[in-house]
Design a protein around this ligand. Structure first.
Ligand code: SF4
Ligand code: SF4
Length: 469
C-alpha cells in the first residue's frame, strides 16, 4: 500500500466502555483538546467514577487510547470485542435509574433439634460453629496447627453451595475476605501465628472500610517461623498491634472445643453487629484437643446488610473503601471508630470465674493454660490456699469490669501464660486505665517455645511464693 493511500485512512475516535473505566484521569491529561472530563457520577456497576468523551471536540489523535491502562477502557471504535459484562440478576444500571434504596435483608435464626454430643477436636468444632453461623465462604492458606479446620471446610462447603478457596498466600487470603465481607457475606479463615502476622495490613483495611470477617488463629511458638507447638504468642498482636492506624478488634479466647464452636459462632454475630473483623484466638493444643461438643439449638441463615456491595438492584450502588483523603473526614472517621470501640469495651467484655467466692490468691489465665491453672487451684486448695481463677474470654476488650471487684479482695495475682507476659501486660494496662492505685502483689508463671505451664509446676511455683511471703 502506498503512503498516499495510507494518509487517507480515517483515524478512529475513541470508544469508551464506562464499566471498565477506573477514572484514573490519564486520558484527561493526555487529550490535547480537552475533550475528556470526569462525569462526577459513580457507576453503579463498578463503584468508580468514569470519564466521558465529547466526540464532537475529538480530533481522533489517539493519545487517550495510548494512555489508558485499562485494556477495555478506551479503544478504537472500529475494534469489535466479543465480551460483555455479565449483568447480575435484576434490572440493569440504566433500568435502575430510579433504583430502590439499599435495604437490609435480615438474618434468620433457624431452630435445630437436640442431638447427641460430638467428640471432636477444637479446629473441627470451630469450623462447625462457622457453618452454623451461616459461613459459606472460606479463604485460607494451610498452616499447622490450624490446617484441619480448613480441611473440613474444603470437604463440606462444596456440598452446601459454598466456596472454598486456597489462596496463594495469607496476604491474598485477607484481601479475599475483604472482598467477600464487603459483599455482606459471612466468611472466614483459619491461620496460625506467622500467617496471622501477614494478614495485619489487610485487617487494618477491613477496619478502615468497616468490613466484617472472622479470623481463627491457632497460635503457635514464635518468634519467626518458630515451631508448631502451642503458645499464646499473638495476644500482644491482637491487643496492641492489629495493623496500622486506629485499629482494635474483638478477640475471643476459647479454652475448650465447646467454646471453639460457641465463640466462633459468636464471632460472626459480633462481626456483623459492629461491621468489624473479629478474632478467635486458640492455642495449638486447643486446636488439636478432642473434647465433648454440644451443638447449639439454632443455626443462622445470613441476610444481606443494607451497606453490602452486592449485585442486586438494592445494593449495587453501594461503595466500600478505606481511603479518606481529606484530613477532616479521616479525623471524623477516627472519632466515629473510637465511639464504636468504646461501645465494644462497654458491651463485649467476657470472662469466667472459678473458685473465686473466697479467693485470696488469684490466678489469671486464658486458653489451655486456664485449664492447667484449674488443676493447680485444686492442689492449692487441698493445701489450704484459697486460690481461684479469673479467665478472660476476651483478650480485647480486656474484661476489667469483672476483675476489679476481685483485685481489692486478693493479696496476690499470679498470671499464668504461655507467652513472655502478653496477658500480664494487658491486665496491667487495663488496671492502670481503670485508675487502680493500690495493687496486690503481681507475679507470674510463664513458659515459652511451645511448652505450656503444667498444673504441678503452677502449684509448686505458687507454693514457693507463699513460703517466701
Ligand atoms: S482521541 Fe485525541 S482528541 Fe480525541 S478524545 Fe482522545 S486524546 Fe482527545
Ligand atoms: S485512562 Fe482509561 S481508565 Fe483512566 S480515566 Fe481514561 S478511560 Fe478511564
Amino acid at each position: 500500500m502506498s503512503s498516499a493511500v495510507q494518509s487517507k485512512k480515517v483515524r478512529p475516535k475513541p470508544y469508551l466502555q464506562p464499566e471498565y473505566c477506573k477514572g484514573c484521569g490519564r486520558c484527561i491529561a493526555a487529550c490535547p483538546v480537552h475533550a475528556i472530563e470526569k462525569t462526577g457520577e459513580v457507576n453503579p456497576d463498578t463503584g468508580y467514577i468514569p470519564v466521558s468523551v465529547n466526540l464532537e471536540l475529538c480530533t481522533a489523535c489517539g493519545m487517550c487510547i495510548e494512555s489508558c491502562p485499562e485494556p477495555y477502557g478506551l479503544h478504537p471504535d472500529d475494534v469489535r470485542y466479543h465480551w460483555e459484562l455479565q449483568e447480575p440478576e435484576g434490572p440493569t444500571a440504566s433500568q435502575a435509574a430510579g433504583r430502590p434504596a439499599p435495604k437490609e435483608v435480615p438474618a434468620v435464626r433457624i431452630p435445630l433439634p437436640p442431638t447427641e454430643p460430638l467428640m471432636i477436636k477444637g479446629t473441627y468444632a470451630s469450623a462447625i460453629g462457622a457453618l452454623l453461623a451461616g459461613c459459606r465462604h472460606f479463604f485460607g492458606y494451610p498452616i499447622t496447627p490450624s490446617t484441619e479446620g480448613a480441611e473440613l471446610m474444603a470437604k463440606v462447603l462444596p456440598h452446601l453451595g459454598g466456596a472454598f478457596m486456597q489462596a496463594v498466600s495469607e496476604v491474598a487470603t485477607v484481601n479475599h475476605i475483604y472482598g467477600c465481607g464487603g459483599a455482606g457475606k459471612p466468611c472466614m479463615t483459619f491461620t496460625s501465628s506467622p500467617g496471622f502476622s501477614l494478614m495485619l495490613e489487610g485487617i487494618s483495611y477491613m477496619i478502615g472500610a468497616e468490613v466484617p470477617g472472622v479470623f481463627v488463629n491457632i497460635m503457635r511458638g514464635g518468634p519467626g517461623l518458630g515451631n508448631i507447638a502451642p503458645e499464646q504468642s499473638d495476644i500482644k498482636l491482637a491487643c496492641r498491634g492489629l495493623g496500622h492506624g486506629n485499629t482494635h478488634a474483638i478477640t475471643l479466647a476459647p479454652a475448650d472445643p465447646q467454646e471453639m464452636l460457641d465463640l466462633t459462632m459468636l464471632a460472626f454475630e459480633l462481626s456483623f453487629k459492629y461491621r468489624q473483623p473479629v478474632m478467635v484466638f486458640g492455642d495449638g493444643y486447643l486446636g488439636q484437643m478432642t473434647g465433648k461438643v454440644c451443638l447449639p439449638d439454632h443455626m443462622v441463615q445470613p441476610g444481606i446488610p443494607d451497606w453490602a456491595v452486592y449485585g442486586d438492584a438494592e445494593h449495587r450502588g453501594n461503595l466500600i473503601a478505606s481511603i479518606q483523603l481529606s484530613e477532616k473526614d479521616l479525623e471524623e472517621f477516627n472519632i466515629y471508630l473510637n465511639a464504636r470501640y468504646q461501645e465494644m469495651v462497654e458491651n463485649e467484655q467476657r470472662s469466667d470465674l472459678f473458685r473465686c467466692e473466697d479467693v485470696e490468691v488469684l490466678l489469671v489465665a486464658a486458653n489451655t493454660p486456664a485449664r492447667m491453672a484449674k488443676g493447680a487451684i485444686r492442689t492449692l486448695r487441698e493445701k489450704g490456699i484459697k486460690a481461684g481463677l479469673f479467665r478472660p474470654i476476651t483478650f480485647w476488650p480486656f474484661p476489667i469490669k469483672s476483675l476489679l471487684p476481685l483485685v481489692s479482695k486478693v493479696r496476690r495475682i499470679v498470671v499464668v501464660e504461655a507467652s513472655p507476659g502478653h496477658l500480664e501486660d494487658e491486665m496491667r494496662l487495663a488496671l492502670s486505665h481503670a485508675g487502680v492505685e493500690k495493687l496486690p502483689e503481681i507475679r507470674n508463671v510463664q513458659r515459652y517455645g511451645g511448652i505450656l505451664p503444667q498444673s504441678e509446676e503452677i502449684a509448686e511455683a505458687i507454693l514457693g511464693m507463699e513460703v517466701m511471703a
